[in-house]
Design a protein. Structure first.
Length: 229
């Protein structure tokens, strides 16, 4: 990179289980980036309780975005990456509010899947994410003039297992949910916490398995490199 100082990237999380996967992706793919983590685990719980986004929730996201963008005062934040997949409209509000790049958690993975083909399986473990992510993927495809077929998969019990510290149980639940997918061009693991299941899932599928942390880090790195040339 041309900058002497490594770029500071703010990561905003709504699930504790999203933190380690994105840290791992940065360490493997872009270790020189400076990561600043913000976690509000109440966001997912409050969304599940309310059943949908409201103005108060969107205001909370805007507040988090502004805080993250301020950096340290001497080390400005170059971009913001959200790792919470069920909050699309709130993240769009942050995008409109800030002058620095803001990335939704799934947009890079969805772009990658759409580049591969039109039959896409979308896997989640957090039920409220599924309608929002399906709509986001459909809208991205429509913007490209691409017709797609989405197979939606909810891996019941996987997130509960992961929260209880049972990683193997999480991966088994994801594998079980995907055993009858049928022909697909790509499978997108639609939450950062799902990335750990890719290793177990890949040998059982004949198509690429796309994880959101890896796609997001690669896309963020390309974006920052373009702006610093």
């Amino acid at each position: 990179m041309s900058d002497a100082k490594p770029p500071r990237i703010a990561l905003i999380h709504a699930l504790e289980e999203s933190v380690l996967p994105i840290r791992d992706a940065f360490v493997r793919l872009w270790p020189e980036a400076l990561r600043a983590d913000l976690l509000d685990a109440s966001l997912s719980a409050d969304l599940a309780a309310s059943g949908g986004l409201d103005a108060a929730m969107i205001d909370r996201f805007v507040t988090l975005g502004r805080y993250a963008a301020r950096g340290t005062g001497s080390d400005d934040t170059r971009a913001v990456l959200f790792t919470c997949s069920a909050f699309g409209p709130a993240i769009e509000a942050v995008k409109a509010d800030l002058s620095i790049p803001v990335m939704r958690p799934n947009e890079a993975a969805f772009e990658q899947a759409l580049d591969i083909g039109s039959r896409i399986a979308l896997v989640v473990t957090f039920g409220p994410s599924l309608p929002a992510l399906t709509r986001e993927l459909e809208e991205m495809a429509a913007a490209r003039g691409q017709s797609i077929k989405i197979t939606s998969v909810l891996a019941n019990g996987a997130l509960t297992a992961l929260k209880a510290g049972d990683g193997a149980g999480h991966d088994h639940a994801v594998l079980d949910a995907c055993k009858n997918l049928g022909p697909q061009d790509a499978v997108v693991l639609g939450q950062f916490s799902l990335a750990r299941a890719a290793q177990a899932l890949t040998p059982h599928l004949s198509c690429p398995v796309i994880t959101t942390p890896e796609s997001a880090v690669r896309a963020m790195q390309r974006m920052i490199q373009r702006t610093t040339k």
